[in-house]
Ligand binder design. Sequence first.
Ligand SMILES: Cc1ncc(COP(=O)(O)O)c(C=O)c1O
Length: 382
Amino acid sequence: MRGPGGLRRAALEDWLRERYFRATTDISSSGVHNYPLGALRELDADLREDELDRLVFRDGPPTGTERLRTAIAARVRPGPDHTVMTTHGSSEALFLAFHALLAPGDEVVVPAPAYHSLAVLPASLGAVLRVWPLRPENGFQPDLDDLREVLSPRTRLVVVNFPHNPTGACLDPADRAPFLDLVERSGATLLWDGAFADLTLDHPPLPDPTRDLERSLSFGTLSKAYGLPGLRVGWCVLPTRLVPEFLRYRDYLTLSLSPLIELLAAVAVENAEALITPRLIEARENRKRLRQWAAARPDVVDCVVPRGGVTAFPRFPGHPDTTALCETLLTDHGVLTVPGDCFGHPDRMRVGFSLPAADLNRALDVVASVAVRTASPQGAAP
Ligand SMILES: Cc1ncc(COP(=O)(O)O)c(C=O)c1O
């Protein structure tokens, strides 16, 4: 399954590519349900007046517009040696970071399961992956002893993503300082994928690691907590000394963002709470629905309750591989989910829970009834 240059195909994107546009109910998504342009215009008087007409389509600055970078910095509050750079989704930022930082043979610690970019990109560059397992039997909770086991003097990067896609696991606030200390003492550089940083469900968001650790990069995006995936805006907070290396790659890839997109993104980040808070409140309520749904049918679904993000990663004991179940859900009922195989756990399914309550309840009922109807007796729980 390797393409040119040893880049493995992204199974998640292969699954969603065309199905995403066929679905009538989407519980596949890892982000909150989306906002229209009108929601941004309501937040900013200038966008309602003539600001858009005055915008000139010059090339954007290579690290992003001052207005957007300032708005991001005001939320992230990085340390003095770091710079904010805006990118085409955090996907571009991750691509730039791995290319700028890795050489063949470097060791990279990555969680498993993981969002594909975090493991596939370093592997494609010849890095040696060391897996930090998130164990289902521990509710996918990251264990620092497990991390200690895989760190070595050869570790170049430690890559993490909390809250975690697809399990919803979080780094416990009490573990933050020991975690940063462990990475710092190893001599490795931390890549902190904070795509879901604003979506912690049990405690306030963790402070960005770039406040405390010089050898660290953090990644953010408007695609998840802000409900604006189609804007394709993300960012990286990186040590300033690395900016020229990032630009060396960007000069062959995207050069810069559109000034129109950066203007809309700046309005979003300047008004972050207005966009994020309603979705966060809804996510906490929907998590209760998800928990009740699973608790009511323990023979059908076994679900670790997520502590962050808006996805859960339940197991379906009657389905050793959920791919056929996910296919039936879409074809017969228009309900889009993600088979766990996309994350290396075929007996699980990624279920998103950011949608209006009635739609979520209906979709979860469909998932449960189809799971029962199509369960294989061999795969059923004892
Ligand atoms: C953990 C994680 N990181 C990064 C991304 C990339 O998102 P985007 O490029 O839309 O910012 C995703 C998307 O699902 C993700 O789940």
